[in-house]
Design a binder for this molecule. Sequence first.
Ligand code: SF4
Length: 337
Amino acid sequence: MRYSDFDRRLAALGAQPVHRGRVVRVWLQGLAIDTGTRRRLSQDFLPLALREAVPALTAALDGLARIRSEHAGNDGTRLLVELADGQMVESVLLPRDGLCVSTQVGCAVGCRFCMTGKSGLIRQVSSMEILAQVVLARRLRPVKKVVFMGMGEPAHNLDNVLEAIDLLGTEGNIGHKNLVFSTVGDPRVFEALPRQRVKPALALSLHTTRAELREHLLPRASRITPEQLIELGEEYARDTNYPIQYQWTLLKGINDGKDELDAVARLLKGRYGVLNIIPFNSLEGGDYQRPEPERIREIVQYLHSRGVLTKVRNSAGQDVDGGCGQLRARAIGAEQV
Ligand code: SF4
């Protein structure tokens, strides 16, 4: 169910836009849809048909998704979320009231270092299912920032993602700058985002300055060169006045050499952005490794000395053995045994 379908259903019951906004606002707060919530909705002088439909509507909302399991770690808690058709996605409760949500089941981009990419695209996650991940998290604790960095490429599910962003930035009480659209880069994103009434912050997965290597690591990403990606990002950053977060998954012996560091320092010089270094979360038997801690420190120091604002971000939940997509992969594996 997309939000527009839900909204049409409310309109058919006689709800005016103000009532429809209120229903969604109550839901997005993360309140359990119980008798108290129903009473609040009823007190709002909703049309009788809508009041009578509240139990069925709330059951439909509650049926969108459920938390199948929680995996606590030092840097975040991963939630394995089961959707109504049994498909599973991951959300991550991040420090400082952040939440990372998934936008697709699987992903077509096929990044070589990503577990989600191995399954290919299974299906899109609807705007209501994206919002349901926020609601489930809010039932556990406050959520003041939502990053679209979980399973899936948001640019490949643009309508649903933009609808969810719009709702979170209007009815969901989240500052626009605290909504972070993360993408490998797609021309449609740079056309669509500047036109939105809720303009999210932007994270761009750069990973390397070498176009050929990028094509190898991100085999089905749009063929935008690193230079073009930074140009487009800079335009959006100046337009919104938010810095771009350039993402760099650090892979030992692949993109951690001095040549890459010098090239990225050159490309980001004077740009309105920050470079997030994400040391790879090594998988047993995987093709890629995480650089040693000492090397990571050297890289950050070197980039700082070259004037690049650099931060090290650990992928949330890594100490619970869950890089993006691993929980889902394990759950499916367990079911197949
Ligand atoms: Fe898709 Fe992101 Fe994984 Fe790449 S890293 S395959 S874009 S989910």
